[in-house]
Every structure is written in structure tokens, then in C-alpha cells.
Design a protein around this ligand. Structure first.
Ligand SMILES: [Zn+2]
Ligand SMILES: [Zn+2]
Length: 232
């Protein structure tokens, strides 16, 4: 107990250190480590899949079967150390990482010189899972992004009707079946609106695609998808 109080005090008194290299830093990641992060600068503009052919080229998958959202953007690739930061969001109360990741997303998005959405919609967790985890990492990211960009966050815009089984190890077709009908969005809620769906990671994009379909039915005119990390 006393040890806990002392270490808590020390943490308050000591300067903040970079969580990657431990050198004293003005925030959770120092400038050198930040520059070395796996930024997703070169990616498909439709699904955010990393590619080396340069930004702006729609990937072969999207050319053949475009996703139900209009554009996809991810700040980072799902690689070391971002993978650890994102896992931290899910498995420990990663408020600090959510704040940091969301602010990095917001700053990068502010530099795109594109019209901003009117509403941010975090991918909802099922109520049962929310009770277990205590918070929704997508909502925490959306709040941080919304703070940077000054865009409204619609925390109750969509409901997750059922807790879907884990998507890991499933084929693209299985993933799509797994999430089919998983979301409910009130009819007309996004009538004529430009919205952005926010989540921590996009792997195949099937969850975001299903939420996008529900939002399109609810009237959304333009749907972007923003994630912290995109699977390579
Ligand atoms: Zn560092
Ligand atoms: Zn694509």
C-alpha cells in the first residue's frame, strides 16, 4: 500500500519518458520514435490497405469489388509497435494509448485538406462486451479525434445487436456472414450526412463494411472509415 503511494508520487514527480525508448520526452512517444512509427502513408484510398505503388491508387481488390464505404484511411500499419499499442487498448484499460492514438489520428487527418465529416460514429461494442471491458476503445479514439478536429461524436448512433464471434482465423466470406445484421442504426439518423466510422483496427474490413451498410440505409450520403491501424 505504502509502496503504491510512493511509486504513484514518483511517477507524478518524474519527467515523462518515451514508452518506446525510455528517454525523457514531452509526451508518451518521443520525436525520434514517432518518426520511426509505421505510418500508413502509401495506401489504397478506398480500403486503406497498405501498398507500395504510391498513394491514390485503388487496389486490385477494391477495383473488382468496391467496399460499401466511400473511402478508407488508417494512420498506421498494424506492425510493431503500433500492434502492441492497439492490443493495449483492448486488454488493459488503455485510456492513455487511446488518447495518444486518437490525437495522432486527428492531427494527420487535419492535414489532408479534405472536407471533414459532420459526425464521427465509433463502432459500437455489444452491451455485454462493454460491461466486461468497461469502455469502448473505438469511442475513446473518436473522442480524441473529435477533440482535435472539432467534429461531433455520436456515441449512441448505432447499436450492436449481438456480440459477434472473434474474426481471427476466419475467411473473408465467413467474416462477412459473422457480422451480417449485427448493427442497428435508426432510420434517417444520418440523412444526407457525411460521416466517418471510427475503429481501432481494420483487418478485412467486414465489420466496418456491415456498419457502413446500416448507415447507408439510415441515409448517410458519404461514409468514410478511419482506423488507427490497418492490417498489412
Ligand atoms: Zn523514444
Ligand atoms: Zn482497396
Amino acid at each position: 500500500m505504502v509502496d503504491g503511494v510512493f511509486s504513484g508520487l514518483f511517477r507524478l514527480l518524474l519527467p515523462e519518458r518515451c514508452s518506446l525508448c525510455r528517454q525523457v520526452a514531452p509526451g508518451p512517444v518521443c520525436g525520434d520514435c514517432r518518426a520511426d512509427l509505421p505510418w500508413n502513408h502509401s495506401a489504397c484510398p478506398r480500403c486503406a490497405r497498405p501498398q507500395e505503388s504510391g498513394p491514390g491508387h485503388v487496389c486490385a481488390t477494391c477495383a473488382e469489388a468496391p467496399p460499401p464505404f466511400d473511402s478508407g484511411w488508417s494512420a498506421f500499419r498494424y506492425q510493431i509497435p503500433i500492434d502492441k499499442a492497439v492490443q493495449g487498448l483492448k486488454y488493459h484499460a488503455g485510456f492513455r494509448s487511446a488518447q495518444w492514438l486518437g490525437q495522432e489520428m486527428g492531427r494527420a487527418l487535419a492535414q489532408r485538406a479534405l472536407p471533414l465529416p459532420q459526425v464521427l460514429l465509433p463502432v459500437p461494442l455489444h452491451a455485454g462486451r462493454l460491461r466486461g471491458r468497461g469502455y469502448n476503445q473505438a469511442l475513446e479514439l473518436a473522442r480524441a479525434i473529435g477533440g482535435v478536429l472539432d467534429v461531433e461524436v455520436d456515441a449512441r448512433g448505432a447499436a450492436r445487436l449481438r456480440a459477434t464471434a472473434d474474426q481471427i482465423g476466419k475467411s473473408a466470406a465467413e467474416r462477412r456472414r459473422n457480422v451480417k445484421g449485427a448493427f442497428a442504426v435508426t432510420a434517417g439518423r444520418y440523412d444526407g450526412k457525411h460521416i466517418a466510422l471510427v475503429d481501432d483496427v481494420m483487418t478485412t474490413g467486414s465489420t466496418l463494411a456491415e456498419l457502413a451498410r446500416a448507415c447507408r440505409k439510415a441515409g448517410a450520403s458519404r461514409i468514410e472509415v478511419w482506423t488507427a491501424a490497418r492490417a498489412v
